[in-house]
Design a protein around this ligand. Structure first.
Ligand code: ARG
Length: 463
């Protein structure tokens, strides 16, 4: 009689449609490595605890290592028949080594097995994504170091507001990426615990050592409660949230790169490596790369919402709904890693047009606030009065077709006789940028200080 491998009591073959709905092998084959490593650790523990013999363990270990090699090299393809990666590996191992393979599943269920495999995948990707973020941070810092004096119109509402420097703008992203980095690391630290040995839901009567398998697999310790461990997917939700937030940050930078590379702005030029053409307009150079970074953010949000919804109101413990946890995570993880690598390359190779950025600072009366501050400081004027007076001066500058920073002392004096000659210095754009010298501000001195702080943090996390 042909046995249904994942059922001892169902003796007829499953319906084709059921298999199509039920089987997860088409996507969870991604976890073959984790599954094999988990089974080796589990078997080693079974042997050390006297639950299986040394000979059986050695045969299992050898067989699994061979399978790992054969699957990695493509000699064995995992594509059909088996319900999931766990059953596929067990079947292949049984074919290879015979009866010993049938002992691997002692004191284990697919419920703790899948929770273990998936945690291993998510934990190593928390670290890998954090590493890639660190690389992006280095690129942003490198670029920032070259532009601590490059003036850039700082904006609010996408309207010129106050002069900043380009480094300062880049460092705002470094601050976001630092938080992203820390989020992935803290998710790793919070969730790096082993569910292996929890079995179906209640633990096992076998004298297992969960501490041993946890250490063997690089987990901190075993999880505390088995009922929780087989149904918990918080660790997957966390990486999805971390990626959604990371992609949101990427999308904001991508949007700015797209705007900055328009003919209207011309602040930056993407390397030809990171731009594409049009099939009809021969002159076109399109910023598809930042557009895709921006666009992929949508899917990353979707994956988070999907799993949150799947997990909502699930009764304890394992339910098959949980099988839906994987595809979105695989998708988000791949997207995040690729996006970070592309972003790094794009930033390393993009050309910055310093002149265009500085030129743009002469539009929009960026130093108007400085003039109001001058009136408050030098003439003891109440800020609100100064604010209105500067408004009149801006209107006058507009009439003269000038930016406020281009008004001469004579023109200013005509508007208010109390102005002294030093007012011209106050209106100078570079002086205005450097005047914002409070901690965390945009002055070149403060920006260099910020670079130092980020550099110091980098060397601390690297040591
Ligand atoms: N393929 C399943 C999953 O990904 C493995 C766990 C199956 N457990 C079960 N009792 N049916 O969730």
């Amino acid at each position: 009689m042909k046995r249904n491998i994942a059922s001892a009591r169902i003796n007829i073959e499953s319906s084709k449609l059921l298999k199509e709905l039920n089987d997860s092998l088409p996507f969870d084959k991604e976890l073959y490595k984790e599954d094999i490593i988990g089974s080796i650790a589990h078997s080693k523990m079974l042997y050390k605890q006297g639950i299986i013999t040394k000979e059986d363990f050695l045969a299992i270990q050898k067989g699994l290592n061979e399978l790992l090699e054969e699957i990695s090299s493509g000699k064995i393809e995992l594509n059909e028949g088996d319900e999931d990666i766990h059953m596929a590996i067990e079947r292949l191992l049984t074919q290879k080594i015979g009866d010993a393979a049938k002992r691997v599943h002692t004191a284990r269920s697919r419920n703790d097995q899948v929770a273990t495999d998936f945690r291993l995948y998510v934990m190593s990707n928390n670290l890998e994504i954090a590493r890639l973020i660190k690389e992006v941070i280095k690129s942003f810092l490198n670029l920032a170091k070259r532009h601590t004096t490059t003036l850039l119109p700082g904006m609010t509402h996408l309207q010129h507001a106050q002069p900043i420097n380009f480094a300062y703008h880049l460092l705002a992203y470094v601050a976001m990426f630092k938080r992203d980095y820390e989020r992935f690391i803290s998710s790793y630290q919070r969730n790096n615990y082993s569910p292996l040995g929890c079995a179906a839901l209640a633990g096992t009567p076998h004298p297992i050592d969960r501490e041993l398998t946890a250490k063997e697999l690089g987990f901190e310790e075993p999880t505390i409660n088995c009922l929780d461990s087989v149904s918990d997917r918080d660790f997957a939700l966390e990486i999805l949230f971390n990626i959604a937030t990371l992609m949101m940050h990427l999308s904001r930078f991508a949007e700015e790169v797209i705007i900055w590379s328009t003919s209207e702005f011309g602040f930056i030029k993407l390397s030809d490596k990171h731009a594409t053409g049009s099939s009809i307009m021969p002159q076109k150079k399109n910023p598809d790369i930042p557009e895709l970074l921006r666009g992929k953010t949508g899917r990353a949000y979707g994956n988070l919402m999907a799993l949150l919804t799947t997990m909502k109101a699930l009764p304890l413990a394992y339910n098959k709904d949980t099988q839906e946890d994987k595809e979105g995570v695989f998708d988000s993880v791949k997207t995040a890693k690729l996006s970070l690598m592309v972003l790094k390359e794009m930033v390393d190779e993009m050309e910055v047009n310093r002149e265009k950025m500085e030129q743009a600072c002469k539009v929009g009366h960026l130093s108007a606030t400085d003039l109001a501050d001058y009136l408050v400081r030098n003439l003891n004027m109440p800020f609100r009065d100064a604010y209105y007076l500067v408004g009149d001066i801006v209107n006058r500058a507009e009439e003269l077709n000038k930016d406020i920073s281009e008004l001469s002392f004579e023109e200013l004096k005509e508007l208010d006789s109390r102005f002294k000659e030093d007012v011209v210095e106050v209106l100078n754009i570079r002086n205005s940028m450097n005047a914002r010298d409070s901690f965390g501000g945009t002055s070149t001195k403060r920006v260099k200080e910020q670079i130092e702080i980020f550099d110091k943090w980098l060397s601390e996390i690297e040591s």
